[in-house]
Design a protein around this ligand. Structure first.
Ligand SMILES: [Zn+2]
Ligand SMILES: [Zn+2]
Length: 203
């Protein structure tokens, strides 16, 4: 039973990574969903850089998801396994939220932390049609939207505080080889310019 509970929780985590990709790619960047609450919040996040939807909204969505997912999960596989699945999914949603916020507010810790920031800021500033996953590259790889970040040009008005020297306002030396200040590389880095029908760049 313990093994089944662990597997169910892991399946919940995996399900969240898939939802993370789908919600961001389509609800956040597809013109058909531009006017939805998530679409509106996400455009503002891209436009302002340091804007995040209010915590009460995120908590409400999480509570709603628990309420609608738990009954069928319990009915299908029983309470311990069904609840483990739902708790795994919702807990990792919480991990995602903290992770995403810290990408913007704190420098990366370790290889994963640095990779996660470059992956995410490639999406923000280089090509908004790519790198929709935040916690993992899994679904970008599966859907062909993964791009390895190289030099990321960050518009000065959207630059993350951790990226800049507080005195000179230039890129900190440790990031100078991988980030630059300047105009975003392509207009598609802005959600308003993201067109679901536009061809993806090669590579
Ligand atoms: Zn986005
Ligand atoms: Zn972001």
């Amino acid at each position: 039973m313990i093994a089944a509970v662990i597997v169910a929780a892991a399946a919940g985590v995996l399900t969240w990574t898939f939802l993370e990709y789908c919600i961001h790619r389509w609800m956040g960047h597809d013109r058909r969903f531009r006017k939805t609450p998530f679409g509106v919040e996400h455009i503002r996040h891209h436009a302002e850089g340091d804007y995040f939807a209010p915590t009460w909204k995120k908590m409400s969505v999480a509570a709603f998801a628990i309420a609608i997912l738990s009954p069928p999960a319990i009915l299908i596989v029983g309470a311990p396994i069904g609840l483990a699945y739902v708790i795994g999914l919702i807990s990792f949603y919480g991990v995602y939220e903290l992770h995403h916020r810290r990408d913007h507010t704190h420098p990366g810790f370790g290889p994963y932390g640095r990779w996660a920031r470059r992956h995410h800021f490639h999406h923000h500033f280089v090509d908004g049609r790519t790198n929709h996953g935040v916690t993992s590259p899994l679904w970008d790889l599966a859907f062909g939207t993964y791009r390895k970040a190289t030099i990321i040009k960050v518009p000065p008005k959207l630059a993350m505080a951790w990226l800049l020297d507080p005195v000179t306002k230039a890129i900190r030396a440790e990031y100078a080889g991988t980030y630059q200040l300047g105009k975003a590389s392509t207009p598609s880095a802005q959600p308003d310019a993201v067109d679901r029908n536009a061809p993806h760049p090669a590579g």
